[in-house]
Design a protein around this ligand. Structure first.
Ligand code: ADP
Ligand code: MG
Length: 313
């Protein structure tokens, strides 16, 4: 367990009166007899979550997108958000661009900004978000069933590649440099709701810290294990060619979803993917052995898995 989660568990995790409290991508509050409110909050801090030269418009987009991702990870529909922003010596152009990005994201995903707080301080953006969900459709981290297929949306490791490029750790062709920094700076969480897809799945988590740490949260919540095969991971041609699968396993900031579904739904999910309804790949299965086993490209189990992104490390 990382220090971050030790802090949460030791000091903040108390018994609550709500249907679901600390420990999932969002908490749940009863809305009426059939629906919940899913509520969540995510913060982006300068230098921890974004580089100083991040375009303000992208930052505005990302601040909301990372919150929408947590709401989607519950199978819920994002509705309302509150924006708390600390600004230090920023020009009004910067704020204008930030708001344009934020509002473009809000429009695309059908979210209304209904409040917030504006202060002076080291640049930091914190958004609280509310989403709505029918109780029967909820996707909890704890919902995985033994034998479930593990699915992942989109492409993994691309945001980490973009980060490596911005930190001058890799040199990339112009088009790949652009697409990978876009994936890092302007993530687009996959909307499994509109595709009527959520009904096929048992559990979900979004990938903010990396596939390995986030899938570990899911199996720990479900009291089960998992096996994942590197050869099935959806990665771009550059990662595949250079065999840098660590980017896909441990790279944060992808904001894709890991979901699990009964084997009987495999064909219908594969067909939706084939018909271009959603980009989704099957990467492994849920097991009884309560740990995460990742097979490398030679199909040997990786002996010691690394950590993904962790605060305080
Ligand atoms: P995510 O990556 O999905 O945003 P986190 O890893 O940040 O989730 O948090 C894990 C869980 O701990 C979430 O349910 C979150 O609401 C809760 N949590 C995090 N920090 C605190 C805190 N300071 N007080 C109470 N709950 C917290
Ligand atoms: Mg999350």
């Amino acid at each position: 367990m990382t220090f971050e989660f030790e802090i949460i568990n030791k000091f903040f995790k108390k018994k609550t009166s709500v249907p679901l409290g600390i420990g999932d991508d969002a908490a749940l509050i009863n809305k009426n007899s059939k629906e919940y409110w899913a509520i969540s909050q995510d913060t982006l801090n300068l230098n921890t979550h974004f580089l100083p030269n991040t375009p303000a418009k992208d930052l505005g987009w990302k601040s909301l997108a990372v919150n929408i991702s947590d709401i989607y990870a519950m199978g819920a529909e994002p509705k309302y958000a509150l924006l708390s922003i600390a600004i230090n010596n920023k020009s009004s152009n910067w704020v204008s661009d930030f708001s344009k990005g934020l509002l473009a994201c809000a429009k695309k995903y059908g979210v209304e900004i209904i409040g917030g707080d504006t202060t002076r301080g080291q640049t930091s953006i914190s958004i609280s978000i509310l989403g709505s969900i029918f109780k029967k459709n909820i996707l909890k981290r704890s919902g995985a069933k033994l034998g479930d297929d593990i699915w992942v949306t989109g492409e993994l490791g691309t945001a980490a590649l973009g980060f490596a490029y911005l930190k001058k750790k890799v040199r990339l062709k112009k088009s790949l440099a652009k697409s990978s920094t876009q994936k890092l700076q302007k993530p687009k969480p996959p909307n499994i709701r509109t595709k009527e897809l959520y009904k096929y799945f048992n559990s979900a988590i979004d990938i903010s810290d990396g596939l390995v740490p986030d899938l570990t949260h899911l199996i720990e919540s479900s009291n089960l294990g998992a096996e994942v095969f590197s050869k099935y991971l959806p990665v771009n041609a550059y990662i595949k060619k250079n065999k840098i699968y660590d980017l896909a396993l441990y790279g944060g900031d992808d904001y894709e979803l890991v979901l699990t579904a009964c084997k009987k739904n495999r064909n219908v999910i594969s067909n939706l993917a084939k018909n271009g309804k959603i980009k989704i790949s099957r990467i492994g299965k849920i097991t009884l052995n309560k740990k995460l086993l990742v097979y490398d490209l030679n199909e040997s189990p990786i002996k010691k898995l690394k950590k993904g992104f962790t605060h305080f490390s």
